[in-house]
Design a protein around this ligand. Structure first.
Ligand code: SF4
Length: 223
C-alpha cells in the first residue's frame, strides 16, 4: 500500500532480484554460528563508536585476562575498563558489560536460546540493559544461526535507499520489515551483503551511484 511519502512495500520479485544482484557481487557468506551468545553481547557493546580492529583488540584483551564471563562480571570495574581500553569509551562500556552480565545472573548461560522459540529469546535479550533489536539479532544470528537480520547503520541506509524500508522507520520497524522480506535461510547472506555494499559503495556521504551495480533498481539513484 502506498504511504503519504509514496513508499510502497517492495514486491517479493524485486527483493529476489536485489538479493541475486548482491550475491553476484559479494557471493554467499559462509560463517558457522559460533555458539557464544555472551561473547556476542560483549562484542556488540565493544563495537560502539569504534572500528572492527579496535573492537577485536579490546575483546581479545578481555578474553585473555579473564578466564570466564563470571570473572568479568565480578571483577572491579576498573579492571574491565583497563582491559578494553583500546576499544574506546571504556568507562561507559565496562559498566555496560557488567550491567548486562549481572542482569543475566546465575547461571551466566544463554545456551537455552539454541532451542527456544526465537521470539522468546529476542524478548529476553531486549530486556537486558542497553540491548536493542540490532544486538539481539546479532546474538541470535551469529551465535546460533537463528532467524533474525541485524539492521545496523549500513544495512539500514542501503535498505532505505533501495526502498526496502519505509523512510523514517525506526529500529523496531526496520527489523520487523527486513525480517519479513528475507526468505528463511537467507538471513546471514542478506545482512552481510547489504553491509558490504554499504561499506564499499553505498557510503553514508556521497554514495558511488555512478558505479553501483544496483543503480537500475535503486530509486535513490534517480534522485
Ligand atoms: S544506486 Fe546509489 S543509493 Fe542506490 S544502492 Fe547504489 S550507491 Fe546506494
Amino acid at each position: 500500500m502506498a504511504t503519504v511519502t509514496g513508499w510502497e512495500r517492495p514486491a517479493a520479485r524485486r527483493v529476489r532480484a536485489l538479493r541475486a544482484r548482491l550475491r553476484e557481487m559479494y557471493g554467499v557468506p559462509v560463517m558457522a554460528p559460533h555458539g557464544d551468545p555472551l561473547g556476542e553481547l560483549v562484542l556488540t557493546v565493544l563495537s560502539q563508536s569504534t572500528n572492527d580492529r579496535n573492537r577485536d583488540v579490546a575483546f581479545l584483551r578481555l578474553r585473555e585476562r579473564f578466564a570466564a564471563w563470571e570473572a568479568v562480571r565480578d571483577a572491579p570495574v576498573e579492571e574491565i575498563e583497563e582491559a578494553i581500553r583500546p576499544g574506546g569509551i571504556s568507562k561507559v562500556k565496562s559498566v555496560r558489560i557488567q550491567d548486562i552480565l549481572r542482569a543475566i545472573g546465575d547461571p551466566l548461560d544463554l545456551s537455552w536460546m539454541r532451542s527456544a522459540p526465537v521470539a522468546e529469546s529476542r524478548a529476553y535479550l531486549v530486556e537486558l540493559p542497553g540491548v536493542g533489536r540490532k544486538t539481539a539479532a546479532c546474538v541470535l544470528l551469529f551465535a546460533y544461526g537463528l532467524r533474525d537480520v541485524p539492521v545496523d547503520t549500513h544495512v539500514g541506509r542501503v535498505a532505505t535507499r533501495l526502498a526496502l524500508l519505509r523512510p523514517g522507520a525506526r529500529s523496531e520497524e526496520q527489523h520487523d520489515a527486513l525480517l519479513e522480506l528475507t526468505p528463511r535461510g537467507a538471513e546471514l547472506e542478506f545482512h552481510v551483503n547489504m553491509l558490504r555494499h554499504g561499506r564499499r559503495t553505498c557510503h553514508a556521504q556521497r554514495p558511488a551511484c555512478g558505479v553501483c551495480a544496483l543503480r537500475r533498481m535503486c530509486p535513490a539513484a534517480r534522485e
